[in-house]
Ligand binder design. Structure first.
Ligand SMILES: Cc1ncc(COP(=O)(O)O)c(C=O)c1O
Length: 394
């Protein structure tokens, strides 16, 4: 039996295995698009490749508008402003910090509501309990590509006359109730960052069925320009470049392959983790379309010898760069921690889930052989728990 690296052995992998290692589609296809871009001498400002990418996105998602932007953070900021959100907006704390920052950046207070411990997404009842006279909207997050309770949130939003935006950064290619995500709420924002299974280097898109909102978003993403030289509102630079659109069109052609590889990897993880006590892959709704881009394990401290953080330590020593997504929760990060130091009391489920989640590497850079080895590391760690604990306390 090989010795764990923390107990003096060699790391299982010579090079690091990252969570979110980029998927790269057909290079020749990308170079052909890049040549078109250079031939056109059109590098940005809604060029032909961005226009083609937008058409393809709308077709794939079955949504009327899907406006490519430079990244999802700016996409969220623009959508939040275009929807007229202000005052307080209710969001989960169990998300990437950008969801909260996109509000705070424009002087809107993110109010953190607790999550459903099964789906890790906003609990509509918790949302309702956070509503005050200053609340103007809700930003739900389809975490790990798992759809929010879209009916529950729509119900709360309608009864309280609130705007409803979805941070769909993880959810490109995922479905809900037989429809693609992108068409829910007032708008949804995707991320195409390099770490997402579908990337445009940096990038994102804002999807909406609402023509007026789409028109506002387009102008806001282009400095507020209406026409060639008239600016009729405050705007920013949220445009996607032609190079990013070239990558998007390239990767769209490989999307089914990426998803198939993610699914194969998830099934392999299911096999290797099956007999490990206390380590459970989060349940996914097999009836819905899924991109399978995150392999999320929950570590149940009552059933396993080692904590989530101890397992993380073991994996890192083996060059398996698993992540504690999204620990410790936005409410424990600045500036939110200082603004509301007691927020954790209202968020018991967020705090508990953030302590037990571990994201494992997947995507095209990982194969079944690597997953077998990762399973073996976790098995060895549990078998050597006493020795690992002794070593740690030395
Ligand atoms: C849930 C969530 N929201 C927003 C973002 C921000 O996306 P971007 O990096 O495209 O700005 C991310 C990025 O990782 C994310 O995970």
């Amino acid at each position: 039996m090989r010795q764990l690296a923390l107990l003096g052995g060699e790391p299982a992998f010579a090079a690091p295995l990252h969570v979110g290692c980029p998927n790269i589609g057909d290079r020749e296809r990308f170079f052909a698009y890049a040549n078109r871009m250079f031939d056109n001498r059109w590098l940005t400002n809604s060029g032909p490749l961005v226009q083609e990418f937008e058409r393809e996105l709308c077709r794939f998602l079955g949504v009327k508008h899907c406006i490519p932007v430079c990244n999802a953070t700016v996409g969220l900021e623009i959508a939040i402003r275009a929807l007229g959100m202000q005052g307080e907006v209710i969001v989960p704390s169990f998300t990437f910090i950008a969801t909260a920052h996109a509000l705070q950046w424009q002087g809107i207070t993110p109010v953190f509501a607790d999550i459903d411990p099964q789906t890790h997404t906003l609990d509509p009842r918790a949302v309702e309990s956070c509503i005050t006279s200053r609340t103007t909207g809700i930003v739900g997050v389809h975490l790990w590509g798992q759809p929010c309770d879209v009916d529950g949130l729509r119900n709360v939003a309608e009864r309280h006359n609130l705007k409803l935006l979805y941070d769909a950064a993880h959810a490109f290619g995922c479905g809900c109730r037989g429809r693609m995500l992108g068409g829910f709420g007032d708008a949804e924002v995707f991320s195409f960052h390099a770490t997402k299974f579908f990337n445009t280097f940096e990038g994102g898109a804002i999807a909406t069925r609402n023509d007026g909102l789409a028109a506002r978003i387009r102008r806001m993403a282009n400095f507020g320009f209406r026409g060639y030289d008239q600016v009729d509102r405050l705007g920013t630079n949220g445009k996607m470049s032609e190079a990013s659109a070239a990558m998007g069109l390239t990767n769209l052609a490989s999307l089914d392959d990426f998803i198939a590889i993610n699914r194969r990897n998830l099934l392999a993880y299911r096999r290797v983790l099956a007999d490990l006590p206390g380590l459970t892959l989060i349940a996914r709704d097999s009836a819905e379309r899924d991109n399978f881009q995150y392999v999320i394990v929950e570590v149940n401290r009552q059933k396993t010898e080692l904590s989530r953080d101890a397992l993380l330590h073991v994996l890192h020593a083996e060059n398996v760069l698993a992540r504690r997504y999204f620990w410790p929760g936005c409410h424990r990060q600045e500036p939110y921690r200082t603004m509301d130091p007691d927020a954790g009391r209202r968020l018991p489920r967020t705090e508990a889930v953030a302590e037990r989640v571990l994201a494992l590497p997947t995507g095209t850079a990982v194969g079944e052989q690597e997953i077998e080895i990762i399973g073996g590391i976790l098995r060895d760690a549990i078998a050597n728990a006493d020795e690992l604990r002794r070593k740690e306390s030395e």
